[in-house]
Design a protein around this ligand. Structure first.
Ligand code: NAD
Ligand code: MG
Ligand code: MG
Ligand code: MG
Ligand code: MG
Ligand code: MG
Length: 338
């Protein structure tokens, strides 16, 4: 089995006389900044004026411009949206990089796809919690953590690995486990996971199931509960016990249906399409398309987002969730983003 690092394996003293700049205070940024501070690390936050700036200030941070924060720090963690990182890096971070500083990321996208090319005289590492930022924060407060990956792209000081591990420990990941990867592996597997399975694959599976029931004349409310709401309950069982744990808890009828019908829905053809998705990620085709879409001000992204919000599943879901106040609102409703 690959080496997994826990708190006891990691010496956080390498951060003791250093300042960490957290650039961005969104989903990941607020979690890294708050967790590191509570772990005893000296943190400054770099932002432009706006909602995040006000939130970080309200949370008691020393909030500076991105350029000032970069100048003040030894370790600069870039937690801006991937599509804006390159422009901000070139204008406000790169000019303030000093020899022996460390440049850090939570996703390898811009370094791996050659959008950001760090100078040779700094360390470059990745510390990527494998979960949404709001969970990174919540689990830390509960005394637990979200597992994380780390990778070293450039080790100028000879200390890059110790710093990356200490950083991940400060964020709380050493309570759950920290694994080593490369920028390439993290970038490609993260993109594949979210596209084929976690976000893209699941969203289409849920919609197709919902539409099949509604088109057959069943009530949309019933279809919503069967195809979306219950998904969380099933995924919780998988998270705790794998597929076997999930199958232990469901009825034998459900388990038999899983065996006979699952492979009729997700077929060899689906897997071939997944390989196409992976190929587009590996060749840079996906990255190029997404960067171009941003250069054009996101015409398709905007149109698809609007169309998706009008789907009957979303309309009926909003009504049903309003009647279930025990369901915790997501981060958008909490207003943490931007
Ligand atoms: P986000 O959209 O939640 O937050 C981005 C932050 O950057 C906000 O505070 C915003 O105000 C600020 N910002 C945007 N443009 C700016 C600019 N021009 N100048 C200064 N500040 C600016 O982003 P996120 O989802 O936390 O993603 C950050 C990084 O973490 C990305 O590399 C992403 O791939 C990675 N990541 C995210 C998650 C997640 O849970 N969302 C999980 C793992 C890795
Ligand atoms: Mg988003
Ligand atoms: Mg991911
Ligand atoms: Mg991702
Ligand atoms: Mg059922
Ligand atoms: Mg069973």
């Amino acid at each position: 089995m690959t080496k997994v690092y826990y708190n006891g394996d990691i010496n956080e003293a390498v951060l003791s006389n250093k300042t960490v700049a957290i650039i961005g205070y969104g989903s990941q940024g607020h979690a890294h900044a708050l967790n590191l501070r509570e772990s005893g690390v000296n943190v400054v936050v770099g932002l432009r004026p706006g909602k995040s700036f006000d939130q970080a200030t309200a949370d008691g941070f020393d909030v500076k411009t991105v350029r000032e924060a970069s100048a003040a720090a030894d370790i600069i963690m870039i937690l801006l949206p991937d599509e804006y990182q390159t422009a901000v890096y070139k204008a406000e971070i790169e000019p303030e990089l000093q020899e022996g500083n460390a440049l850090a990321f939570a996703h390898g996208f811009n370094v791996h796809f050659n959008q950001i090319t760090p100078p040779a005289n700094v360390d470059v590492f990745l510390a990527a919690p494998k979960g949404p930022g709001h969970l990174v924060r919540r689990t830390y407060e509960q005394g637990a953590g979200v597992p994380a990956l780390f990778a070293i792209y450039q080790d100028y000081t000879g200390q890059a690995k110790d710093i990356a591990l200490a950083y991940a420990k400060g964020v709380g990941a050493g309570r759950a486990g920290i694994l080593e990867t490369s920028f390439r592996e993290e970038t490609e597997t993260d993109l594949f996971g979210e596209q084929a399975v976690l976000c893209g694959g699941t969203a289409e599976l849920v919609k197709a199931g919902f539409e099949t029931l509604v088109e057959a004349g069943y009530q949309p409310e019933i279809a919503y509960f069967e195809c979306l709401h219950e998904l969380k309950l099933i995924v919780d069982l998988m998270y705790e016990g794998g597929l076997e744990g999930m199958r232990y808890s469901i009825s034998d009828t459900a388990q038999w249906g899983d065996y006979v019908s699952g492979p009729r829905v997700i077929t060899a053809e689906t897997k071939a399409r997944m390989k196409d998705v992976l190929t587009d990620i590996q060749t840079g085709k996906f990255a190029k398309g997404w960067l171009q879409e941003n250069q054009l001000n996101r015409p398709e992204f905007t149109a698809i987002t609007r169309r998706e919000s009008e789907h009957q599943l979303e309309v009926v879901g909003k009504e049903l969730r309003a009647l279930m106040p025990f369901i915790k609102q997501n981060k958008k409703a909490e207003g943490v983003k931007n």
